[in-house]
Design a protein around this ligand. Structure first.
Ligand SMILES: [Mn+2]
Length: 238
C-alpha cells in the first residue's frame, strides 16, 4: 500500500451499563469501554487511523503493532500511584484504568513509540515518570464553561518543541481540577498558565509530549499541532 496511514492507539475508560441511558436494566452490571470521539476525529483529521484500546487488552500484544499512542483525558489517578494519601478534594478514581495505562506505558517506553497526552494523559505520563500531582487546584479550574471556551493563556518556553508547534503562546480551555506538582524524570515543563501551573510537558530524549488542556474540544481541532505532531512522528515508524 502506498503511503499507509499510521495506527494510533487511544486509551479510554470503563463504565457499567447503569451509566448508559436507554440500555436494559438487566445489563446494569455489565461493562462498556468508551472514549470521546473528538480524540479520534483529531487523529483522523491529521491523517492517522485511531485504534481504541479496550481495557482488557494485554498491552504487550497490541503496542508493538501500533505506530503511536494518544493518552486521553478522564478521572483522577489514584494518589497511591504517586505515594500520596487521598485528600478530601480527590474525585472519582479508576484503578483498573490506572493499571492498564501504566502497563501500556511500560510497552510504549520499551518500543519507543511516539506519545501525545491530553489532560489525564499528561498526568499519567508524569506519574509514570515518578512525578506527583496536586490533587485539586480550585482557583484554576473553569469546569462550568463550555468545553470549547478559551479561558486562560499558556506561554511556551523559547526554543521548546511547543513553541515550534504553537508559537509563543495560545489561549486554551481548562477542564482539569488537578495539575502537575513535582515533574517526572526526563520531562521539561515548557508551557505554563497565567497562574504558573504546568500545562505542557515534553520529554528530553523521547518522542513524548503532553498538554493539560483539551485541543480536541477546541474549534481548531482539525488543524491542531499536537495531533499533527503525533501523526507525523508515528508516520516515521512506517
Ligand atoms: Mn488549565
Amino acid at each position: 500500500m502506498d503511503n499507509p496511514k499510521p495506527l494510533i492507539g487511544i486509551t479510554g475508560r470503563r463504565r457499567t451499563g447503569d451509566k448508559l441511558r436507554g440500555s436494559l436494566e438487566v445489563m446494569n452490571h455489565l461493562c462498556f469501554d468508551v472514549y470521546w470521539v473528538d480524540y479520534a476525529e483529531g487523529i483522523i483529521a491529521a491523517g492517522g487511523i485511531p485504534v481504541f484500546l479496550p481495557l482488557s487488552l494485554e498491552p504487550s500484544e497490541i503496542i508493538p503493532r501500533l505506530d503511536g499512542i494518544l493518552m486521553s483525558g478522564g478521572a483522577d489517578i489514584d494518589p497511591v500511584r504517586y505515594g500520596a494519601d487521598p485528600e478530601p478534594e480527590l474525585q472519582s478514581i479508576e484503578p483498573v484504568r490506572d493499571d492498564f495505562e501504566l502497563n501500556v506505558l511500560d510497552k510504549v517506553y520499551e518500543n519507543e513509540l511516539p506519545v501525545a497526552g491530553i489532560c489525564r494523559g499528561l498526568q499519567i505520563l508524569n506519574v509514570y515518570a515518578g512525578g506527583t500531582l496536586f490533587q485539586d487546584v480550585p482557583p484554576h479550574a473553569a469546569r462550568k464553561e463550555p468545553p470549547s471556551s478559551r479561558v486562560h493563556e499558556v506561554t511556551f518556553d523559547d526554543g521548546s518543541l511547543f513553541s515550534d508547534l504553537y508559537g509563543s503562546s495560545i489561549e486554551v480551555n481548562s477542564l482539569h481540577h488537578q495539575s502537575i506538582d513535582r515533574l517526572g524524570s526526563g520531562f521539561l515543563a515548557t508551557g505554563l498558565s497565567d497562574d504558573q501551573g504546568i500545562e505542557a510537558i515534553e520529554h528530553i530524549d523521547r518522542p513524548i509530549i503532553a498538554v493539560q488542556w483539551h485541543p480536541e474540544m477546541l474549534d481548531t481541532r482539525d488543524s491542531d499541532p499536537l495531533f499533527q505532531w503525533l501523526v507525523q512522528r508515528s508516520s516515521e515508524r512506517l
